[in-house]
Design a protein around this ligand. Structure first.
Ligand code: AHR
Length: 506
């Protein structure tokens, strides 16, 4: 039996809601069909946004949505996506399937979507193929509340008031699809571009995100911070509020993007290998975080993991450029484990955006015409939503066995614990084993005996269990009942291959 000690007197960092963030790119059927169907569609919608999708995302408490890319962002020219739709320019989406992008979803539609979702906004600007002027005018268009060429244009296009822009990414993957730059070159460009991200009308400042490393490129992190983190700036964080990190979990080959492995058809060895590769996130955050500590020991800037998740081969018969993949219990475990890792590093990780929201990579939902299904990953996000805006509590798991073997060995259980403003404690756990349930004794260091379980849920199933349009409820969130009281707290038995959430209050 393992033992989870919760030091409920020892409160750690705040878990920013943005850690539970999402990413939507003009890629495949994410924006078009997934989120936006247009006002004239037979699919029930509000101002073009699918009602079923919006309501499920609200229920999941989506806190922030990154848009318009990804690689697409560094080829996106925002002016093409404003004004009367019939007059908007058409372009080829060279990155993703070579399809025609008609720009019918642009800036106004994005802010309307975020309004309906009730979430924060995160726009990724074009540094790779755009200009400083183009980016700076976009910021003016979105946020200036006065008389100016861009504010006037926004009004002409039907939106009188400025919008609230919470975050701006200055380029995306500029070490790769965003211009193939060397870190020193990007760092100088970043300094220049970010200068022109103005804060109009004394609004809360737009938070600026600098393009960070690809996976374990520690040199990029150091080089960019050396140039862009400026201690002498009077503002608290100099030129940036966050540094991004991208890491995808490839199940089969480590870096051969032509053979990533199937989303649903895999062996037990590949299951453990995938989880172990997901667990690499812990090392990445620690090592990039250590470099950030050298420059920013007070942790003023956040590590923004704004692309993460499992990336498999596409579903048979679908456009390879659309990155449409199924989602199984394996995805649920990688999501649960990774979110626990983010919570535990919430002193440094201030935002994370799983890729991508719908119909692309590790999505929370899939659509087929008017049909929509929730994936196992959706339920994990909904179960973990209680962590948003809570405070991380110190916790330690004793006698935690391992699963998998050799290079794929990893801890059996991953956990994190937080307390919300009302004193409700949320404990989330994954059991990564395909063989056995795990008995866990939970002990609180203060008043353990006076807490009661007020909510508890579980998602569980075979390792490749997944929902389809014909069988949408194979994997779903269910009530978790396998617990009992002890003197210091509780005893749980969490099923094999499961993600569990337990909430307790006095
Ligand atoms: O999420 C798909 C792609 O992965 C993004 O466009 C890019 O930033 C990353 O390489």
């Amino acid at each position: 039996m393992s033992k989870l000690i919760i030091c409920n007197e020892y409160k750690k960092s705040k878990i920013e809601p943005e850690i539970y963030g999402h990413f939507s790119e003009h890629l495949g059927r994410c924006i078009y069909e997934g989120l936006y169907v247009g006002e004239d569609s037979d699919i029930p919608n509000t101002n073009g946004m699918r009602n079923d999708v919006v309501s499920a995302l609200r229920e999941m408490k989506i806190p922030v949505l990154r848009w318009p890319g990804g690689c697409f962002a560094d080829e996106y020219h925002w002016m093409d996506g404003v004004g009367p739709r019939e007059k908007r320019k058409k372009m080829i989406n060279t990155h993703w399937g070579g399809v025609v992008e008609d720009n019918s979803f642009g800036t106004h539609e994005y802010f309307e979507l975020c309004r309906q979702l009730g979430c924060k906004t995160y726009v990724n600007a074009n540094l790779g193929s755009g200009t400083v002027r183009e980016m700076s005018e976009w910021v003016e268009y979105m946020t200036f509340n006065g008389v100016s060429p861009m504010a006037d244009l926004r009004k002409e296009n039907g939106h009188e008031e400025p919008w609230k822009l919470d975050y701006i990414g200055v380029g995306n993957e500029n070490w790769g699809c965003g211009g193939n730059m060397r870190p020193s070159h990007y760092a100088d460009e970043y300094r220049r571009y970010q200068t022109y991200v103005r804060n109009y009308n004394g609004n809360t400042p737009v938070k600026k995100i600098c393009c960070g490393p690809n996976v374990d490129d520690y040199e990029w992190t150091r080089e960019v911070l050396k140039t862009c983190f400026d201690h002498s700036m009077p503002s608290q964080h100099g030129f940036m509020d966050g540094l991004s990190l991208h890491y995808y979990t490839l199940p089969e080959t480590e870096d051969d993007w032509n053979y990533k492995g199937s989303a649903t058809d895999f062996t037990e060895d590949i299951f453990y290998q995938t989880l172990k590769r997901g667990f690499f996130m812990e090392e990445l955050i620690t090592k990039h975080g250590n470099i950030m500590d050298e420059f920013d020991p007070e942790k003023k800037i956040g590590l923004m993991v704004d692309e993460w998740g499992i990336w498999t081969d596409v579903e048979k018969g679908t456009n390879p450029g659309f990155l449409y993949q199924q989602n199984t219990m394996r995805d649920a475990l990688v999501a649960g484990m990774t979110l626990n890792i983010f919570n535990k590093h919430s002193d440094r990780v201030k935002m994370a955006n799983i890729a991508q929201l719908i119909n692309v990579l590790q999505s929370v939902m899939l659509t087929d015409g008017e049909r929509m299904i929730k994936t196992p990953t959706y339920y994990v996000f909904r179960m973990y939503a209680a962590h948003q805006d809570s405070t991380l509590l110190s916790s330690e798991l004793l006698n935690n066995p391992t699963v998998g073997s050799g290079k794929n060995e990893l801890p059996k259980v991953f956990e994190s614990v937080s307390e919300d403003r009302d004193g409700v404690i949320t404990i989330t756990l994954t059991n990564n084993s395909l063989e056995s349930a795990e008995d866990i004794e939970i002990a609180l260091t203060k008043d353990g005996g006076s807490y009661n379980i007020c909510e508890s849920s579980v998602v569980t199933g075979r390792m490749n269990a997944h929902n389809t349009f014909d069988m949408p409820d194979v994997v779903k969130e269910e009530e978790f009942k396998d617990y009992s009281r002890t003197g210091e707290g509780f005893k749980l038995t969490i099923p094999k291959c499961s993600v569990v959430s337990v909430r307790i209050r006095k």
